[in-house]
Design a protein around this ligand. Structure first.
Ligand SMILES: [Fe+2]
Length: 155
């Protein structure tokens, strides 16, 4: 739901194999604002966290993200979590311009972006529970993953 604003991005930009032009990047970078606007228009009763996730999921921990250039804890926690989850999911997925990354490479990417693009605390939790996240993402062994999370919670 955080990327719902991409429905306003033309498919030729969304699926472009090469890098985007400055104008195309400007259009693409509007999707957080468009998404938050769209969600609040169609569902005014949505929880604030959902709107924050849509609006702020491309903010970078060091302030170099968009649309607002927020830093660190000024970025709502839900958006910092979505940023990490989105990076994991995107890198593990094949794209028209690159094949899917292997899990080890994704873990290295997270560690490398910790404190710059991504929240170090969220990255640390994601790396600690990486295998569980992979299991959850694959949609296989959901019951097993839930049991792992419950067991961790009790210890
Ligand atoms: Fe996005």
């Amino acid at each position: 739901m955080h990327d719902v604003g991409k429905i306003f991005v033309p498919p030729e930009i969304l699926n472009k194999p090469g890098s985007l032009t400055v104008d195309e990047r400007t259009i693409m970078n509007r999707h957080p604002v468009d998404g938050a606007w769209f969600l609040s228009a169609v569902r005014p009763d949505l929880h604030r966290d959902v709107l924050d996730a849509a609006l702020y999921h491309h903010e970078d921990f060091d302030g170099r993200g968009y649309p607002c250039g927020l830093t660190a804890q000024r970025i709502p926690l839900v958006a910092r979590i979505i940023a990490v989850a989105d990076a994991i999911d995107a890198l593990l997925s094949p794209r028209v311009y690159r094949p899917a990354w292997v899990p080890g490479r994704v873990r290295h990417y997270l560690a490398d972006r910790s404190g710059t693009r991504l929240d170090p605390l969220v990255v640390s939790v994601a790396i600690d529970r990486f295998d569980t996240l992979l299991t959850l993402r694959q949609g296989r062994g959901k019951r097993r993953a839930k049991l792992i999370l419950l067991a961790e919670r009790e210890t």
